[in-house]
Design a protein. Structure first.
Length: 266
């Protein structure tokens, strides 16, 4: 079943009307992973922030986006806020900036969950957070909840953010470059975890990334963005025979990087 239908989504500067994202359209079904690729500045983040109702001040969205048939772009602010967390989970690019440095990880993780599930007791929420952290490969979840954010490594902070999003049982998880600030081992671990999360919870995933290999590992379908527009879309196998010159360049750059790496190892 189609969960999300995006048609002609645009983002423009409010003051001048200059378009930054134009005419983005896609469908996302239950359990599906859509990869969004394109180089820096191609509009990947803004297209997703528009859906979440989190565009920076001075930008406005246009077009249509429906979740389970209900229009969301034009919904009142309160209705959009209610969709964040429970319907749309969001994992931002920089985990370190997403936490309040003066508050321990536990209270930050539980705050939104308390609000989303007023009927659950504190003990239930805490138990759920600990079990989630354990599934996300934290060796000592109880200790992690008592840590301050600066006590977590980059990979741990990113995984804690995934836990924060999952505690709200989102229907669609939007992950914006969740691995770009991580070392290779942590990158692989986060990608594995996102794949597992999808299989275990059944939530749909919008996975925004520069990393074609990561997208190939996770996504069912992809959209390729260049200069604010979708230039190619289809099954993830399109990386094997890209038809748009821009996609061909992205794929060739990725192959050349891999070749250099393998040659350096010889
Ligand atoms: N608040 C803003 N005001 C004006 N222009 C903006 C604003 N935010 C982003 N832009 C511009 O919109 C375009 C798309 O930005 P966006 O962040 O969506 O790109 P991206 O593909 O996600 O890049 P990256 O991979 O580097 O995160 C870029 O040209 C960017 O400079």
């Amino acid at each position: 079943m189609t969960l999300l239908e995006v048609r002609g989504l645009g983002v423009a500067l409010e003051r001048t009307g200059r378009p930054l994202v134009e005419d983005v359209s896609y469908d996302l079904s239950e359990h599906e992973c859509l990869g969004v690729v394109g180089e820096s500045g191609s509009g990947k983040s803004l297209a997703s922030l528009a859906l979440l109702g989190l565009l920076p001040a001075g930008l406005r969205a246009s077009g249509r986006a429906r979740f389970e048939g209900r229009e969301i772009l034009e919904a009142p602010a309160a209705a959009r806020a209610a969709l964040r967390g429970r319907v749309f989970g969001y994992i931002p690019q920089q985990a370190s900036g997403a936490f309040d440095p003066l508050t321990r990880v536990g209270p930050q993780l539980l705050e939104a969950a308390r609000f989303a599930f007023p009927d659950k007791t504190e003990a239930e929420l805490r138990e759920e957070a600990e079990s989630l952290l354990s599934r996300l490969k934290f060796k000592n979840p109880r200790e992690t909840l008592a840590h301050y954010p600066f006590e977590l490594s980059g990979g741990m902070a990113q995984r804690a953010l995934i836990a924060a999003a999952l505690l709200l049982h989102p229907r669609v998880l939007v992950a914006d470059e969740p691995t770009s600030a991580l070392d290779a081992v942590s990158q692989k671990s986060v990608i594995d975890i996102l794949g597992r999360v999808r299989a275990e919870t059944g939530c749909a995933l919008v996975f925004i990334s520069h990393d074609l290999a990561a997208v190939q590992a996770l996504a069912d379908r992809v959209i390729v963005m260049e200069k604010g527009r979708v230039v190619e879309s289809g099954g993830v196998e399109l990386f094997g025979h890209p038809s748009h010159p821009y996609t061909r360049r992205l794929v060739e750059t990725r192959r050349a990087l891999s070749r250099h790496f393998l040659e350096a190892l010889r």
